[in-house]
Design a protein around this ligand. Structure first.
Ligand SMILES: *[C@@H]1O[C@H](CO)[C@@H](O)[C@H](O)[C@H]1NC(C)=O
Ligand SMILES: *[C@@H]1O[C@H](CO)[C@@H](O)[C@H](O)[C@H]1NC(C)=O
Length: 396
């Protein structure tokens, strides 16, 4: 018996050998109980400070249980790699007026960060969604984002869930080499502005083997994004995978190198799209590739929209000056929920260049007739099977 448990413990140690050297900072040692009542932010900050100051690899452990947490910034630089292992559920204050900033949990200035543990960041967004009036009010109140990664490098975020964020679920800014793997985003399809993962001014971000169900874009890729890989992601409900919107602000940086592969998009208003504002400053978006994408009842499965102007808050008649170059849509199939399944609407002033459309098979079963493909200000290279017939309708 004693020998067996000794052997068992030894095997257990072996199986955790990758973290065997990590010093564990257990949140329970900082006076925290997982009963969901007291706000743990002060205790969490103390635990983080000690973990971050460790000169050997550190693991901050939050075991199973429910914990109330007000807005928190976990800041580096840290002396060694740090793992934030969340096994339990963290709950944000439900009332948006309890926030001083537009963030709930922020990881900032950290190199070699891991976030793991199977736990959940619960933003409790329901009250906030009901107050969102940004469709009517230009100066609407900006609501908190569940998770921010600001200037984080060489990070792996895996096997965690972000639930019901008040606004975007995840914002990635100024990051380098960050991977999201087996990452889950969950919010109702009618929740307002709850984008899954937004990426901006970052290089080398990967989202793989993940499930995103939300009320807005599953993944949105903003200016200054380079080498972004979205692979084997299921999106839906949600508004698809978007590059942009670009061209709303001055001094936007180029978007270069976007690779979306083997994804499924279910329901919602868009599949894969690139959107830029009219009347924009000069900008660049190039080298963007969308391949092996399955669409299930998506309203605009394939879309380049250089006249993106939600709620008519722009000068729609002035063309965009964002140059779109080197884009491919390959092996995209499934069903469209609107007749125009493919729409490539480029700018009159800076037409799209080097657009390739190959092997499209999108069916529409509505009363108006079969699916259509519309193009303007573009001469794409068309290869492989095409249904609907590519660019059969040329708009001016
Ligand atoms: C990227 O980050 C991962 C995770 O921390 C690390 O294992 C890998 O070596 C990094 N890659 C580069 C090129 O630095
Ligand atoms: C994508 O799917 C195809 C067909 O199922 C498969 O051959 C390919 O290896 C997959 N690629 C990735 C990157 O998952």
């Amino acid at each position: 018996m004693a020998i067996q448990s000794y052997v068992g413990a030894f095997l257990l140690l072996l199986s955790f050998s990758s973290t065997i050297n990590a010093q564990v900072f257990h949140i329970g040692k900082y006076g925290v109980k997982g009963d969901g009542r007291a706000d743990i932010s002060q205790a969490l900050l103390r635990a983080w400070k000690e973990a971050c100051a460790s000169t050997t690899a550190a693991k901050l452990l939050i075991p199973k249980g429910t914990y109330a947490l007000s807005e928190t910034v976990l800041e580096g630089p840290c002396k060694a790699p740090v793992e934030f292992q969340l096994q339990g559920t963290l709950r944000a204050p439900a009332d948006p007026f309890r926030f001083k900033t537009v963030s709930w949990v922020t990881f900032q200035n950290i190199d070699r960060l891991t976030v793991s543990g199977g736990g959940t960041f619960d933003g409790q967004g329901k009250i906030a969604w009901a107050q969102n009036d940004c469709n009517l009010n230009k100066n609407c109140r900006t609501l908190p984002i569940n998770l921010r990664f600001n200037f984080v490098s060489n990070a792996l975020i895996h096997d965690v869930t972000t639930l019901d964020s008040k606004q975007f679920h995840v914002n990635v800014l100024g990051c380098k080499n960050v991977t999201f793997q087996r990452f889950t985003v969950t919010a109702p399809g009618d929740s307002v502005n709850t984008d899954g993962i937004h990426i901006g001014r970052s290089v080398g971000v990967k989202i793989i083997d993940s499930n995103i169900r939300t009320g807005d874009d599953c993944v949105s890729i903003g200016d200054g994004s380079q080498q972004i890989f979205v692979t084997r992601v299921n999106c839906g409900p949600g508004h698809g995978i978007s590059v942009g919107s670009l061209g709303k602000y001055k001094n936007e940086e180029p978007v270069v190198g976007i690779f979306v592969r083997n994804c499924t998009i279910i329901g919602g208003t868009n599949g894969v799209r690139i959107k830029t504002w009219p009347a924009s400053p000069v900008g660049v978006a190039s080298d963007m590739h969308f391949e092996d994408i399955r669409m299930v009842d998506v309203a605009n499965p394939v879309l380049i929209d250089q006249g993106y102007c939600p709620w008519n808050q722009c000068q729609a008649q002035i063309p965009s000056l964002v140059k779109i170059n080197k884009v491919s849509f390959k092996r995209i199939w499934g069903t469209s929920a609107s007749q125009v399944a493919v729409k490539i609407a480029c700018s009159k002033r800076v037409p799209c260049d080097n657009i390739e459309i190959a092997d499209i098979n999108l069916a529409y079963r509505g009363p108006e007739g079969p699916a259509l493909s519309e193009c303007s200000n573009v001469r794409p290279l068309i290869t492989g099977r095409q249904f609907p017939p590519a660019c059969a309708k040329i708009a001016s």
